[in-house]
Design a protein around this ligand. Structure first.
Ligand code: NAG
Ligand code: NAG
Ligand code: NAG
Ligand code: NAG
Length: 408
């Protein structure tokens, strides 16, 4: 990847909402435009709840990485076809209990529009799709909602050859993620009625690059006893930082050209668990508001991580239960089959180097009939946390815990 970044010319964004201040939005037509901001506090809370679950099931010393925005979006498309208790469980887990589906649909329409608009140069692509079994027809209303509110592309797949269908979906996702995710779907249920697909692709160039000549081998302290060798990048610049002694953390923001920044949260040595225990949207907000410009010599490892999650059990633990069992009510999606969600998969990859960051994620929700037959229808040298945030929409695009930058 080194050298592959071209220089993007970014159009200054009209909608320069200050991420830190709710009360200040110097926007001419703010009400409609800001409907996406309705989602941001809820999506952030869901992100932290999910982080805690994913982290708990990750083997000690391994890294955690996912796209909160991608997962919230895929589950919101699912909820658009759910009714009754199935719908309430999805909404309450996503944090949307105070909203109705119409509001959520409109908010996503606005959010996807804003994310698309702010990145003419393909720096950020968030999109959705539906792969439909060729002889399955969901309700027209549902497809219309997916098309208009979630900008979904819709394509048919031939499930008489499940491997080909999986290959077709994988080709679609690979194309959208610039080949960063090539096997979003590993095996496909031959009875599958449809699959909801979300992808997120981000490529950002640091506002100030690290100089490759300064990159050197250095120690990274995985824990009190283990040390690994990393390629440590170095840059001497003005950065926004905040040293939060009370909360045992150093926070540094690395802006990309454009509207997005990386926030690194570096707990004091040995304090990762404590910081992880309390970290939430409020802390991120507090830190974002507290950073100040300082001259910094920043040492940060180059790293690449990837992760692959099956989310069904975690989502069940978080309260999405009926969607996966006999009680599933997807009557908003189809009158026909007794549909149930059989699988929710998430994959994510992240590369950080001297030039910037490239990250991608896919989320797939596989929906099949229950019966099985389808009816006709600073020195970052200790473990740290990473957040990639899109400012105007306050979206947590990606989130990571890096315990060991050398573990893929
Ligand atoms: C430190 O990390 C190494 C490598 O991941 C692991 O084998 C070891 O058990 C860890 N030690 C402690 C005290 O956590
Ligand atoms: C959703 O909520 C909005 C705002 O409270 C309300 O105007 C609208 O009628 C509601 N829609 C439905 C379908 O309940
Ligand atoms: C994705 O496919 C389209 C249409 O075939 C093509 O024009 C585009 O270059 C592809 N994008 C990538 C990143 O491969
Ligand atoms: C520690 O975090 C809490 C919660 O975000 C915040 O209220 C407090 O001000 C923080 N301490 C410092 C010194 O920033």
């Amino acid at each position: 990847m080194p050298g592959a970044f071209t220089t993007y010319t970014l159009t200054a964004l009209l909608l320069s909402v200050t991420w830190a201040d709710h009360h200040q939005h110097p926007l001419p037509h703010h009400e409609a435009e800001l409907s996406c901001l309705k989602l941001s506090p809820f999506n952030a809370e869901f992100a932290f709840a999910l982080y805690k679950r994913l982290n708990a099931q990750t083997a000690a010393g391994q890294n955690t990485f996912f796209s909160p925005l991608g997962i919230s979006t895929a589950l919101s498309m699912l909820s658009a076809g759910a009714s009754g208790e199935t719908h309430s469980q999805l909404f309450s887990t996503l944090g949307y209990s105070t909203l109705n589906q119409t509001q959520v649909n409109n908010a996503y329409e606005n959010l996807l529009h804003m994310l698309g608009q702010s990145h003419e140069n393909e720096q950020l692509k968030v999109g959705n799709a539906v792969a439909l079994r060729s002889n399955f027809s969901p309700k027209e209303n549902y497809l219309t909602a997916l098309r208009s509110h979630f900008s979904s592309e819709i394509f048919k797949v031939d499930l008489s050859k499940p491997d080909n269908a999986a290959a077709e979906i994988n080709k679609f996702v690979a194309n959208k993620t610039h080949d960063k995710i090539k096997d979003a779907v590993k095996d496909i249920d031959p009875d599958m009625a449809m699959m909801l697909i979300n992808y997120v692709y981000f490529k950002g160039e640091w506002a100030t690059r690290f100089s490759s000549e300064l990159t050197h081998k250095a120690d990274f302290h995985v824990n009190a006893t283990a040390t690994v060798q990393v390629d440590m990048m170095q840059n001497n610049d003005v950065y926004q930082i905040y040293q939060d002694a009370e909360n045992h953390t150093t926070v540094i923001q690395l802006p990309y050209k454009g509207n997005t920044f990386m926030m690194i949260v570096l707990p004091d040595e040995g304090k990762m668990e404590e910081v992880e225990g309390y970290i939430s949207r409020d802390y991120i907000w507090h830190w974002h508001k507290s950073v100040n410009e300082r001259c910094v010599i920043l040492f940060m490892p180059k790293f690449s991580v990837s992760a692959d999650y099956s989310l069904k059990n975690i989502l069940r633990e978080m309260g999405i239960i009926d969607a996966f069992d006999d009680k599933a009510d997807f009557s908003g999606l189809s009158d026909a089959a007794n549909l149930v969600v059989t699988k929710v998969s998430h994959q994510a990859v992240l590369n950080v180097d001297e030039f910037g960051t490239e990250a991608a994620a896919s989320t797939t929700v596989q929906i099949s009939p229950r019966g099985g037959c389808i009816t006709e229808n600073v020195k970052v040298n200790t473990p740290f946390l990473v957040f990639i945030v899109e400012k105007p929409t306050r979206s947590l695009l990606f989130m990571a815990k890096i315990n060991d930058p050398t573990a893929a």
